[in-house]
Design a protein around this ligand. Structure first.
Ligand code: THU
Length: 160
């Protein structure tokens, strides 16, 4: 069974997680969130130490928008194909606000994390603030998506 690490204080996080949260906070400043006024930033670190960031980009045609996590994941894949993603941090701010507010990755972002995790065959840790006084490090995307749908479901008939 997976183990979630819970922290009552941001300062209690490990150095790398704090650094990624800091980069994610910077990235949130580049969000385009005029509709929700909820700016999100994500920062991930690759096996070679490179950091790739993303922010949420909304659109007047609402479903065309994209979450910060997926922007970062797709950018990392486009720019650094085949490098393992070690960890991703996600943070949120109200537009114009200074303080972080909780933001737990949405289901579709978890599903996309799982696809990357499955492909690289190594877990991705996820750092997020789940409520005012709680930061969580999840050990993997799989831990956030029990009974998940993966490519194994699609392959099942071919294996028979
Ligand atoms: N959002 C993210 O970027 N990541 C999440 O995990 C949760 C939601 C964005 C999508 C939308 O632009 C705004 O936050 C409000 O839902």
């Amino acid at each position: 069974m997976s183990e979630f690490s819970l922290f009552k204080n941001f300062d209690d996080l490990d150095q790398e997680s704090k650094y990624l949260a800091h980069k994610a906070k910077e990235a949130a400043n580049h969000a385009h969130a005029p509709y929700s006024k909820f700016t999100v930033g994500a920062a991930l670190i690759l096996e070679d130490g490179s950091v790739v960031t993303g922010a949420n980009y909304e659109n007047a045609a609402y479903p065309s928008g994209m979450c910060a996590e997926r922007v970062a994941l797709y950018a990392a894949s486009a720019q650094h194909a085949d490098k393992r993603i070690m960890k991703i941090a996600v943070v949120a701010k109200k537009k114009g606000g200074k303080e972080l507010v909780p933001a737990s990755s949405c289901g579709p972002c978890r599903q996309v994390m799982l696809e990357f995790e499955t492909n690289q065959k190594k877990p991705i840790s996820i750092v997020m603030q789940t409520d005012e006084n709680t930061w969580v490090i999840a050990p993997s995307a799989a831990s956030l998506l029990p009974f998940s749908f993966t490519k194994d479901n699609l392959d099942i008939h071919h294996k028979k």
